[in-house]
Design a protein around this ligand. Structure first.
Ligand code: CP
Length: 329
């Protein structure tokens, strides 16, 4: 457990953190969750602190959980969108960061789907370089670090003491919408740092960013993590302890080509009873939500006893509180 390691730091990429730092976040998240269960106050942790939240894309969970997190910690969260900021009149992100830095204690941004892959990450880094307060990545085009922290907290809760050795399958799933690869990329980084057993399952042509696989393979050599890639979803499901469904887009095709190409995978890659029949008896189903029901996963599975999706959503709150409290204190 580290007491000072996150103070003043950004939370943009899990590549900036080590195993001990991530484990510190989980320790604090469990402690804060226990306090909620016991009704113990925690509003002294960020008393009078303000978080500016900028959402360039829609959100249900992230917006609501961050606002609730700041309230529970004794602070306040502001909701902004670029359309109603002077960004809409071409004020620069640099000036925006320098000004917000004078008012608030942390900046959170959700931004993805700009013209080029990596463009949103560049804006996050630019803002970080122009503010002395922590900057939090609430999903950009490369990563969804807060989501993955909540996912792993959920695995720790559900899989028991040997959770790291359990077979975690993150499976590409069919969706009519071409989505960001931020979730599988961040999961690969987390698994490699923490020493987990991760299978990434996806059809040919859905490889994630090679920068992420290179980092993950290198970190896995040091941590003892296993990172496997398979292209058959039924092979992947065999003996799985977790099946996590997530649709993402191809880096090798245009959106139009991808939308056409993926249609051939529509049935096999919809997580269903057929996959859970191959998995371990007590296997759980995970999804970061929002889910494309009956495209990414059948109603029977997401509403079934194996589904932990709402616990996973709740853990967004607890892990966010831990990260905000550790970095903004
Ligand atoms: N999982 C997630 O980030 O949900 P929202 O898009 O609703 O914030």
């Amino acid at each position: 457990m580290l007491t000072k390691a996150l103070k003043g730091r950004d939370f943009i990429s899990l590549m900036d953190f080590n195993k001990e730092e991530l484990e510190t976040i989980f320790d604090v998240a469990f402690n804060l969750k226990r306090k909620v269960a016991l009704g113990e106050p925690q509003d002294n942790l960020l008393k009078n602190k303000t978080l500016a939240m900028i959402f360039a894309n829609p959100s249900t969970r992230t917006r609501t959980s961050f606002e609730a997190a700041m309230t529970q910690l004794g602070g306040h969260a502001q909701f902004h969108t670029p359309e109603v900021m002077q960004i809409a009149h071409h004020e620069t992100w640099i000036d925006t960061a320098r000004v917000l830095d004078r008012y608030v204690d942390g900046i959170m941004i959700r931004m993805y789907g700009l013209e080029k892959y990596g463009q949103a990450r560049e804006i996050l880094k630019l803002m970080s370089a122009n503010a002395n307060i922590p900057l939090f990545n609430a999903l950009d085009d490369k990563e969804h670090p807060f989501q993955i922290m909540a996912d792993i907290m959920t695995m720790i809760e559900k899989l028991g003491p040997n959770w790291k050795s359990k077979k975690i399958v993150m499976s590409w799933a069919y969706s009519g919408r071409v989505k960001s690869a931020g979730v599988p990329q961040t999961m690969a980084i987390a698994a490699s740092l923490l020493g987990m057993n991760l299978t990434l399952a996806y059809p040919e042509k859905y490889d994630v960013d090679p920068e992420y696989m290179a980092f993950a393979n290198n970190a896995a050599e040091k941590s003892g993590a296993k990172i496997n890639i398979v292209h058959d979803v039924f092979d992947a499901a065999k003996d799985a302890d977790v099946i996590y469904a997530k649709s993402w887009g191809s880096f090798l095709m245009t959106k139009e080509e991808d939308t056409e190409y993926r249609k051939q995978f529509k049935e096999d890659w919809k997580i269903s009873r057929k996959h859970f029949d191959l998995a371990k008896k007590q296997a759980i189903f995970m999804h970061c939500l929002p889910a494309d029901r009956n495209l990414e996963v059948t109603d029977e599975i997401i509403d079934g006893p194996m589904s932990v999706v709402y616990d996973e959503a709740e853990n967004r709150l607890h892990t966010e509180k831990a990260i905000l409290a550790l970095s903004m204190k």
